[in-house]
Design a protein around this ligand. Structure first.
Ligand SMILES: [Ca+2]
Ligand SMILES: [Ca+2]
Length: 452
């Protein structure tokens, strides 16, 4: 016998010294919990399944008779029901995951006075050094521990939502098996449609955007007895540390929250208007993707001209100058499943908008519209000095008068002089620099839109 063992046990377990140094007299197992983790949320009980490593040696000479390390695989067993030798059924009770303990088993609680063929001699006292890796019971359910939850939560995840989250996946022992952080991309999936292991389909329900929780999944709701790949052993409990980045439902509309409405609001933006607006575009976790502040002046767009994503278009409509909004755009009204630029695939976007300027527009294809009845007949109205001809200068004066008096509107965002010149050229059929009544009549019939 190694006197060192006896000596150390003498120091640690004075009351056991006699039996330890005379193992033949052991009446029960002797358990030395020489490495207990600080946190032990669960202790082994009868009927629990465990996964563990062990080295088995003879007490007498310290020689090894078995080792899970040599087998290259941890052992799985159920405790307390006679599947193990009685000494182990007793000695494993109360053990924590990551605990290391030494269990000394007298022969009557091991292989008795007979031993086992060639491996364990008769009356052998056995020493098991055990490291517990995993523990679960058939009665276990998915366990959820909330780490942080945002103060406000518009709604929570439900089945059929599409959710994007980051996660660390570890075994109960803390050993990592997978992490979205290592891939620098979110994990994206539908919920409640069997795309995930059962435990995750359940554990991810009821979460807010930005929420963090730990989801502990027993093996029968995870990868079962077979495990998965090289990293998830058979019958392993899985621990997922989850951070929800965003989620949406394919049925979700664009969500508009007005955060500031000016007292005076008698004109709102609509299709064809030329608007100028400030924006911040962020992911739901607050990551700023784009902002109009990066440019010298706020952005311009013509509503209805298909210049911005559908969700932003919708969010910019019906605004008055000075109004501010928060607009949540699900990916089907944004950049879709493929993302774009800095926008990740299937990302929900949050726009903070402010309408800076609003110029009422004209329909697509028009340069000028009448806001009141078209003068009829038109030519005498245009011919301001009554000399039966309308040169460019007179035409321009006429059009500008209509705009000034609120009777007509030029297309915004384009130099007025060049629009008026275009309009004039369209009417001046023979290109002699003046419009006469006949030209206008003909043009009116075939190309009314230009002056209508
Ligand atoms: Ca004239
Ligand atoms: Ca002419």
């Amino acid at each position: 016998m190694d006197p060192g063992v006896c000596f150390s046990q003498l120091l640690l377990f004075l009351h056991l010294v006699t039996v330890n140094c005379s193992p033949g007299a052991l009446l029960d197992v002797v358990v030395d919990r020489y490495d207990i983790p600080k946190v032990c949320p669960r202790e082994v009980q009868t009927e629990d399944f465990i996964r563990y490593h062990f080295n088995g040696t003879f007490f007498e000479d310290g020689k090894k008779f078995d080792s899970s390390y040599d087998r290259g695989k941890a052992l799985i067993s159920q405790v307390g029901l006679g599947r193990l030798i009685t000494g182990m059924d007793r000695g494993l009770q109360g053990m924590c995951v990551n605990e290391r303990r030494r269990i000394i088993v007298p022969p009557h609680l091991a292989y008795g006075s007979i031993g086992t063929g060639g491996i364990i001699p008769p009356d052998a006292v056995l020493v098991y050094d055990v490291l517990l890796l995993d523990i679960w019971s058939t009665k276990d359910e998915v366990e959820i521990r909330t780490l942080s939850k945002p103060a406000s939560c518009r709604r929570t995840t439900e089945a059929s939502d599409f959710v994007r989250y980051r996660y660390n996946g570890t075994l109960l022992s803390g050993e990592p098996f997978d992490s979205s952080y290592s891939r620098n991309a979110t994990y994206d999936t539908y919920l409640g449609q069997g795309d995930l292991i059962k435990g995750m389909d359940e554990g991810l329900l009821g979460m807010c955007v930005g929420e963090r929780r730990v989801i502990i999944v027993p093996p029968f709701l995870a990868y079962g007895e077979n495990g998965y790949g090289n990293f998830i052993p058979g019958s392993a409990v899985l621990v997922f540390d989850i951070h929800i980045i965003d989620f949406h439902n394919p049925e979700d509309p664009v969500e508009i929250r007005v955060t500031h409405k000016p007292q005076e609001c008698n004109m709102t933006s609509e299709a064809d208007d030329l608007i100028q607006y400030r924006y911040n575009c962020s992911l739901m976790d607050g990551t700023l993707l784009y902002t109009s502040d990066q440019y010298d002046s706020p952005s311009f767009t013509t509503l209805g001209a298909n210049k911005v994503i559908l969700g932003l278009e919708e969010g910019l409509r019906g605004m008055c100058v000075g109004e501010r909004r928060e607009v949540v755009v699900p990916p089907h009204f944004g950049h879709g499943e493929n993302g774009a630029g800095g926008v990740p695939r299937s990302a929900v976007l949050l726009f903070e908008l402010e309408l800076v300027k609003l110029q009422k527009g004209v329909p697509e294809g028009y340069m000028f519209v009448w806001l009141e009845e078209t003068p009829d007949p038109l030519f005498p109205a245009m011919d301001l000095n009554g000399d039966k001809q309308v040169p460019l200068e007179e035409f321009a004066l006429f059009i500008r008068l209509q705009v000034q008096e609120g009777k007509g509107r030029l297309r915004p965002g384009i130099d007025a002089d060049s629009i008026i010149k275009d309009m004039f050229d369209n009417q001046d059929g023979n290109k002699d620099g003046k419009i006469v009544e006949d030209e206008l009549t003909v043009k009116e019939d075939e190309d009314t839109e230009e002056l209508h």
